[in-house]
Write a protein that binds this ligand. Structure first.
Ligand code: FES
Ligand SMILES: [Fe+2]
Length: 407
C-alpha cells in the first residue's frame, strides 16, 4: 500500500484547497504538488472505475493485454470460461512483474513469472511453484484479482476493495452505447499520447470546447459542439428528437453533477449535432465505416458519454472512440485513444484506416500540445488562476468535484 501523505504535506494541500477561488482555474499547488497527487491517487483514482479497453482485445481464452494505472500494472485476460478477469501483475512469491508483454496470448493458458517460474492460470490461480515444501498451500497465492465488469463491450476495472456501484453506469450505457452496438464492435486502431502535464489538465481540456475554435480547426468544421450552446439550440434539439426515436436516452447532465448519487459511480452523456451535411467525424463529414448497431441511417449527431474520472467515449453512427486518461505522475499523463468499428467491417474494404483515424489523431496531437503549454505556464511562480468562461462549465464542475472529493 502507498504511504499516506505526511501531516506537513496534507496541511499545504488542505490550505491550497481551502484557498481555491470559486469559478477560477486551480492554483499552481494543485497541479504541481506530488503529495497532493498521491492523495488524489488514494482518494480518487483507486476508488473509481476505469475503462481498460474493449472486450474484442481479449476474444479467446488466453488473450491478454496489460495496462498501467498510476504505476499499478494490471493484466486483463480472457479466462477458460471466457470471462474477462483483471489481475495485479505482481508475483505472489517475491513480487516480480509476471507478464512483461503489452498484449498477447498466454502460452499453455499460463502466466509464468520470469524470476523463479511460479505459474499462474488465466484466472490468476497459482498452478505450480517449483521446489516449494510439502504442505505449501498454492490456493493462498493466486495473483490478486480486481473488480472487473464488462458492459456493452467495454471492460471496466476498479482497484477499490469495495467498489462504487455500477447500476447508474449500466443505465447510462443502455441509453447511449447499446444502440451503437458496441458489444459487437472491434478495435480498429489504438494510439497513446504521452502528455507532460498533470492528469487534471488533460481531463479539464477534454471537458470543454472553448479551446476548439482556436486549437481544432479540423474538429470545429463539422462539430457544432465547438460553438456556444446558444447558437446550436435548434440543431441540437433536432438530433435529440431523432435520438429519442432511436431509443437513446440522453440525460443532458454532466457526470460530475450525477456523482451526487451516494456510493454510485458517476456517468453522464451529451448529445450534439454535426454541421449540415456532415454525418461522421471525418475530414470531409462523409461516412467512414458501416453503420453500427441498430442505426438505420446516419442521423447527423454524435453522442458523448463519460464514466467515472478517466473514461470518456464518443459514438458516431459508423464508428466509436474510447478516450482513456491515465495518470502516471504529478506531471505525466497518458491519453489512449481506441477506435471501434463494427465487428464484421473489413479494413481497406469497408473502411480506410487513415480516414477513420484522421480526425482524432490531429485533435489529440493538438490537445497534447495545448495541455503541455498549459502545464508549462502553470509552473510559473507568476501564474495566477483566471475565471472560467460559460463554455467551460463541465470543466468547472469537474474541478469543483475533484476538490470536494479531496476535502
Ligand atoms: S518472484 Fe515470481 S517466482 Fe519468484
Ligand atoms: Fe481538444
Amino acid at each position: 500500500m502507498r504511504a499516506a501523505p505526511g501531516p506537513w504535506a496534507s496541511d499545504r494541500c488542505a490550505q491550497a484547497i481551502a484557498a481555491q477561488r470559486p469559478g477560477h482555474a486551480l492554483s499552481r499547488e494543485l497541479y504541481c504538488n506530488a503529495d497532493l497527487f498521491e492523495r488524489e491517487v488514494q482518494r480518487l483514482i483507486l476508488r473509481h472505475w476505469h475503462c481498460a479497453g474493449h472486450q474484442s482485445q481479449v476474444r479467446e481464452p488466453g488473450d491478454f493485454f496489460t495496462i498501467d494505472i498510476c504505476g499499478e500494472s494490471l493484466i486483463i485476460v480472457c479466462a477458460q470460461d471466457r470471462r474477462v478477469h483483471a489481475l495485479h501483475n505482481v508475483c505472489r512469491h517475491r513480487g516480480s512483474r509476471v507478464c512483461t508483454e503489452p498484449a498477447g496470448h498466454a502460452r499453455g493458458g499460463m502466466f509464468v513469472c520470469p524470476y523463479h517460474a511460479w505459474s499462474y492460470g488465466l484466472d490468476g490461480g497459482l498452478r505450480a511453484a517449483r521446489h516449494m515444501p510439502a504442505g505449501f498451500d498454492r490456493s493462498a497465492y493466486g495473483l490478486k484479482p480486481l473488480h472487473t465488469k464488462v458492459m456493452d463491450g467495454l471492460i471496466f476495472v476498479s482497484l477499490a476493495e469495495t467498489p462504487l456501484g455500477l447500476e447508474h453506469v449500466e443505465a447510462a450505457l443502455a441509453g447511449s452505447a447499446r444502440i451503437y452496438g458496441w458489444a459487437q464492435a472491434k478495435v480498429a486502431h489504438r494510439a497513446t499520447y504521452a502528455v507532460n502535464a498533470n492528469w487534471k489538465l488533460a481531463v479539464e481540456n477534454y471537458m470543454e470546447c472553448y479551446h476548439c475554435g482556436p486549437a481544432h480547426a479540423e474538429y470545429s468544421r463539422f462539430h457544432l459542439y465547438a460553438r456556444p450552446a446558444a447558437l446550436n439550440r435548434e440543431a441540437d434539439e433536432r438530433v435529440r428528437q431523432r435520438a429519442r426515436t432511436l431509443g437513446l436516452t440522453i440525460e443532458e447532465l454532466d457526470r460530475w453533477g450525477l456523482n451526487a448519487r451516494p456510493g454510485q459511480e458517476a456517468a453522464g452523456s451529451v448529445r450534439s449535432a454535426l454541421a449540415d451535411g456532415a454525418v461522421s467525424g471525418s475530414e470531409d463529414g462523409r461516412p467512414l465505416a458501416p453503420l453500427m448497431g441498430q442505426f438505420p441511417d446516419y442521423d447527423g449527431g454524435v453522442t458523448f458519454f463519460d464514466v467515472g474520472l478517466t473514461s470518456s467515449f464518443l459514438a458516431y453512427p459508423d464508428h466509436g472512440l474510447i478516450y482513456r486518461f491515465i495518470p502516471r505522475t504529478v506531471h505525466s499523463t497518458d491519453m489512449e485513444v481506441i477506435w471501434l468499428v463494427r465487428d464484421d467491417a473489413r479494413i481497406s474494404v469497408d473502411y480506410d484506416l487513415e480516414r477513420l483515424t484522421w480526425l482524432w489523431k490531429v485533435t489529440s496531437v493538438a490537445d497534447k500540445r495545448i495541455i503541455e503549454l498549459n502545464q508549462q505556464g502553470i509552473n510559473s511562480r507568476f501564474y495566477e488562476p483566471g475565471p472560467y468562461s460559460p463554455m467551460e462549465q463541465h470543466t468547472r464542475h469537474f474541478v469543483e468535484w475533484v476538490l470536494a472529493e479531496l476535502r
